[in-house]
Every structure is written in structure tokens, then in C-alpha cells.
Write a protein that binds this ligand. Structure first.
Ligand SMILES: *Cc1c(COP(=O)(O)O)cnc(C)c1O
Length: 388
């Protein structure tokens, strides 16, 4: 098999080597305060062994930590309560650091090991940092993270506990992003910045393979709808990538309808889709984000352009929920299923609650539960009406 990066905008090809992040030609179109231009995708030529999950780094380099293969399970009481016989939860809180981000960290760490790179640097709102720190600890890599001082305390503690180097940023995620890029450009450390490093998107595709395999094993029908919490738009792009692969391999017949679930106070991709329906392909000026769901709180969605092009190509949809709806959904999900999800993931459930009556009741719906509720106790306490 031959692996390479391909630019989805201009079709240029690049080798998958350290130091290659964006498409040279398309990155020149980068505008200030707009999503990344020139985000690359991983592509292959040749035939993977039947039934395997093709990835651009060989398994011998995988870090010794069990990422992915998380449970897909039936929330029986929620199914009954909401007359949704084919509702499924994909529980990525079971990843080692408690979030979906481990899927990306795993592939980036494998790539670093393969190429003898010792240091990985990144900016994060919290989960990417705690995830990279955990996987880096397993792999024996030096991890440096730039984290806004406002990140939830559990995520900061995780970073330190796993032995990573924490740089607390007096400013928001955008500032942390810039500082981390400056550091990787200066030192040659491998950047794991989300979307900027194409392997972050590629690593996240594994969830689509698992969902399809597990539904087949359960004798269920192929997924019709996937609900994904969206901030920067990398998870949703990874999910699309996985289904595109499965289509290419003949393992599915169609791409499911993917719902981008966003918080009212951070809904750049939903706004851009509406603008695009009105004939404009611009993201407009960034709006200052404000939501309880810190993991999906971004002013500028880094992977906005790429994610939006996928949503448009495959007829994906957006649903926007308020913080009150997110907190109510968090409680409904916890008490109705036993799965305590952080606010971002509760936004996926809230999104489903909001639109479920518009989709056929028997359609197979999968909710991506991306992060553990224990990562942000303060938000959950607010939802319960407790003082913290
Ligand atoms: C990062 C994250 C998201 C959002 O992913 P994006 O790629 O930023 O859209 C959702 N849920 C959790 C738990 C996350 O950590």
C-alpha cells in the first residue's frame, strides 16, 4: 500500500513526513481569524488486507495503551422512554484519558515513534492536552502543552499527573494555538495541533469502522444518523473520513446523515452552513464563544472549512442547543442510561433530543459520547443546582 497526503481542494500530493502539515499552495490563502486553509487528508493506493482498518502508520509503532475499541451499547431505558428502538451510545469516555481525543493522540504518537521524534507539542482547550499527555506517557515521549488558564481543573491535573510539561496561557485557545505553533516552528517538535496535523483527523476515523463492525455483530442495520459534538470540526471530519474509507472498501452502501451538534454560544459551523445555503462561502467574522461546554467552545473552528465541505458534500445537518438544554440533557442521559458525559457530549444527546421527532423512529441513530462527565464537575454541579 502507498500512503500520502492529498489536498482535498487542489489535489496536490505530499509525502507523510515530519514537518509536513498543510498544503503549500492552499495555505497561502489563509486569512486572519479564519479557519485553517490547506488542511490535508490521508489517502492510500493499493488494497488493504480484507477486514482490516487501514492506517498510515504500521501497528509495530502503536503506543502500548488500549485506545479505541470502545463499547457501542443500547441504552434500553432511554430507548423505551423516547420510543427510539434503534438508539445506540458509542462510549468514548472509556478511552484511557476519558475522551475521544485519544484516537488522534494514538496515531500522532505512533508517527513520532516511527520517525524518531522525541517531543510533541500542542495547544488545547483541555482534552487534547490530557489525552496527548496520557498516550505520550505510554509511548515514552516528551509532551509540551499550551493550555488556557481557564481549562477545567481535572484536565490540567491529568496533564501534570501523566508527566507532561504544562504551559499555562493567559488568554484563550487561539492564543495557545499561536504560541504552540511558534514553538514547533522554532524547535522542530512535532505539532499535534488539531486539524493542522492531518493525522489528528485520520486517527479519529477509527470510530466509524468500529461503529459499522459492532452494528453488524449486533445484527443491527447500518447507521442512518450519527450525532457528533462539534467545536473545531476535527471529530466530525474524522467520522466522515472513516465512512468515506468504508464506502471505498465496499463495506457500506451510503454515508449516514451526520449531525453537527453545536452549543448556541459557539456555533460557527452551523452559522457558516446557513450562510453557505444563502450563497456565501465565508465563515464571517469570528464571534467570541461562550458556553458551558468547554470542549466545543471555539471562536474560530480550526477545521471549519474542511468540515463544512464534508457536511455539504454528504448532506450533513446542524443542530444548535443552549447551555440549559445541554445541562438538562446531561442529567437525562446520566439518570436514564448510567453514562455520565461531559457537557460537549451531552450536547450531542441534546441535539438528538431536539431533532429526534423529525427523523423516522426506527432509524439507527448513534450518539458519540466523547468525554467523561468527571472531567468537568463544576459544569455538572451547575446543572444540578449545587453551589461549587
Ligand atoms: C474536542 C472535543 C470535542 C469536539 O471536537 P472538535 O474536533 O473540536 O470538533 C467534543 N467532545 C469532546 C469531549 C472533545 O474533547
Amino acid at each position: 500500500m502507498k500512503w500520502f497526503y492529498r489536498c482535498p481542494s487542489c489535489d496536490a500530493r505530499y509525502d507523510i513526513v515530519p514537518g509536513r502539515y498543510l498544503c503549500d499552495a492552499c495555505a497561502t490563502r489563509q486569512q486572519v481569524d479564519r479557519p485553517l486553509a490547506g488542511v490535508l487528508e490521508v489517502e492510500w493506493e493499493g488494497d488493504p488486507a480484507p477486514g482490516t482498518l487501514p492506517l498510515p502508520v504500521e501497528a509495530e509503532w502503536f503506543p502500548p495503551i488500549p485506545v479505541g475499541n470502545t463499547p457501542l451499547w443500547a441504552p434500553v431505558r432511554l430507548r423505551a422512554e423516547f420510543s427510539a428502538p434503534n438508539l445506540w451510545l458509542k462510549d468514548d469516555t472509556c478511552n484511557p484519558s476519558g475522551s475521544f481525543k485519544d484516537r488522534a493522540s494514538f496515531l500522532v504518537a505512533a508517527f513520532a515513534k516511527k520517525h524518531g521524534v522525541q517531543e510533541i507539542v500542542l495547544a488545547s482547550t483541555g482534552n487534547a492536552a490530557s489525552s496527548m499527555a496520557a498516550v505520550g506517557a505510554a509511548a515514552g515521549l516528551h509532551i509540551k502543552v499550551f493550555l488556557p488558564a481557564s481549562a477545567p481543573v481535572a484536565k490540567r491535573i491529568q496533564v501534570l499527573q501523566y508527566g507532561a510539561e504544562l504551559v499555562s496561557v493567559d488568554g484563550n485557545y487561539d492564543k495557545a494555538f499561536d504560541l504552540s505553533l511558534e514553538y514547533s516552528n522554532r524547535t522542530g517538535a512535532l505539532s499535534r495541533n488539531t486539524a493542522y496535523n492531518p493525522l489528528t483527523i485520520e486517527g479519529k476515523k477509527t470510530v466509524a469502522y468500529e461503529i459499522v463492525d459492532d452494528l453488524v455483530k449486533a445484527g443491527a442495520s447500518a447507521p442512518a444518523h450519527i450525532f457528533v459534538p462539534v467545536g473545531d470540526g476535527v471529530i466530525i471530519a474524522g467520522v466522515y473520513r472513516g465512512f468515506e474509507n468504508l464506502l471505498k472498501l465496499g463495506r457500506i452502501a451510503t454515508i449516514p446523515i451526520i449531525w453537527a451538534c453545536q452549543a448556541e454560544g459557539s456555533s460557527a459551523i452551523a452559522r457558516a452552513l446557513a450562510l453557505s445555503h444563502a450563497g456565501s462561502d465565508d465563515f464571517g467574522a469570528p464571534q467570541s464563544s461562550s458556553t458551558i461546554a468547554d470542549s466545543i467552545s471555539v471562536d474560530v473552528p480550526r477545521n471549519g472549512l474542511h468540515a463544512l465541505s464534508k457536511i455539504k458534500k454528504y448532506g450533513g445537518r446542524t443542530v444548535v442547543v443552549s447551555d440549559a438544554e445541554i445541562l438538562a440533557a446531561q442529567k437525562t442521559l446520566s439518570s436514564g442510561s448510567g453514562l455520565f458525559a461531559e457537557p460537549s457530549s451531552s450536547a450531542a444527546f441534546a441535539g438528538w433530543l431536539k431533532v429526534r421527532e423529525t427523523i423516522p423512529a426506527t432509524d439507527t441513530c448513534v450518539l458519540l459520547i466523547t468525554g467523561s462527565g468527571l472531567k468537568d464537575i463544576k459544569a455538572a454541579a451547575l446543572g444540578l443546582g449545587l453551589e461549587q
